[in-house]
Design a protein around this ligand. Structure first.
Ligand code: FES
Length: 109
């Protein structure tokens, strides 16, 4: 069963940006891709770079360390490397507030 928790005001995550948030002792990133919000893990699956503060463009969160783009819908950076996948979580915006369900990472899409 989904367990949505409030994480941040939507206007604190402008389009094209990603912000780190802490929830129940774990760090996540909330990204805004032209008004669509995504919740993912905060640590980059490559070498653990901090994805908060990264740039969001063309449906991808760009890691600030090596600039690999992580597709926010699939979690992949390269379809040829399916073992490297950024965990994604269900995220909703309600009346200007962002909520996420951190209990279950999204299934593959
Ligand atoms: S640490 Fe993120 S792409 Fe290398």
């Amino acid at each position: 069963m989904a367990k949505f928790r409030y994480v941040i005001q939507a206007d604190r995550v402008p389009p094209g940006r990603a912000v780190s948030i802490e929830l129940e002792g774990h760090w996540y990133t909330i990204s805004n891709d032209e008004g669509t919000f995504y919740a993912t893990d905060e640590a980059c699956p490559h070498e653990g770079g901090h994805l908060g503060g990264g740039e969001v463009r063309d449906g991808c969160l760009i890691c600030p360390v090596h600039c690999w783009p992580w597709n926010l819908k699939t979690g992949l950076t390269d379809p040829k490397m399916p073992w490297l996948r950024l965990k994604r979580y269900t995220c909703e915006v309600r009346e200007g507030q962002v909520f996420m369900d951190c209990t279950t990472p999204n299934a593959l899409q």
